[in-house]
Design a protein. Sequence first.
Length: 425
Amino acid sequence: MDRSLSARLSAMMFLQFFIWGAWYTTVAVYMDNHGMGDLTHWPYTVNPIAAIVAPFFLGLVADRYFATEKVLGVLHILGGVVMLAVPQTSGAPLVFILLLLLYNLCYMPTLGLANSLAFHHIQDQEKQFPRIRVFGTIGWIVAGLFVSFVLGRFVTDMLPEQTALPLYTTALASIALGFYSFTLPHTPPPAAGEKVSVRSIIGLDAFEKLGSKPFYIFIISSLLICIPLAAYYNFTQLFLQATGFQNIAGTQTLGQMSEVVFMLLMPFFFVRLGVKWMLAVGMGAWVLRYVLFALAAPDAIFWMIITGILLHGICYDFFFVTGQIYVDKKSTPAIRGQAQGFLVLVTYGVGMLIGAQVAGNVYNGFLGAAEALTRAQWQEFWYFPAGFAAAVLLFFILTFKDRVVPEEPEPVAHVAPESQISPAS
């Protein structure tokens, strides 16, 4: 692959995740400061709903009838137009949430489409794709820094996250990527003419073929651990606001920076720990993160909060990436895409959906009639996901018995196929 094509695909990935990072880590603060403090879990509910719907859209429409770059462009332009309207409805919470749902229904399929387009034009997935995909993580980091340190210059007496500027940034970047997508190399629909079924789209056929006790335990544990995970994505930005942080979006990018570091270290740990203990370390890091947040809350202990954020590299890479590798090692080429799609549906879809609602109800229970949680209440709040994650970790350690060790020390470079929707980094 020539450098020009690599640069074009890398730019696509950069914008793809810049868009997500600009609104996802700021919208709760915006809502909290526009009279919707008890509804901040809803953006993190409509996002997994869209993640559940996305495989159906990709399998039934995008993969069979239209060129990938054209679908990518249209969805980003439509999403950008919708996001431009979102801040205009801050006085009507129901409309605000419904527009965010519509936006996410446009955005979430583009994650799989971007992967699909990149895979179609590279020859060596293991070596070339990570070099392209890492620009997505960089895009997320730049988005946070842009919000905190660039948009911050345009506001006075308030944080940029409290304004609509990050939402407008998302909208404009989305429209820009939409038009840019039409310049990308032609990518015909990858499954044109193939028969399709709902079972294959959501991965049930693959689930049956992979059926074994260890695999079932892995899937159950993956779903359960995503329930407490949702609290981090929803409420960390509000927690940072409550503990006096000024550059909220910029501070959260430290998690993505650590993700890059631990991604590079994964092969070293993978060979020595294997799948089970890599997954266990990832789950344990979530427990430790929430405990650190809880201990730090009353006195706003800076180093504990920052350490909790920096644990994101272990939390994400050791659990999500290892899980993708485990599924890939258990799969055959015929069901690999379905299996990865099923994992996405279970984790980023069902697990995060349940988690957003649970976390939101717990938060609102503490909130009551108040406008914000006290630091003492934040301590109690963070102990809930910590305890839940600890219980899932214990269940996994005691019940999962399946030795799967990669043959080569480069498993992290084996990226899931285009059906995969990966977050959040």
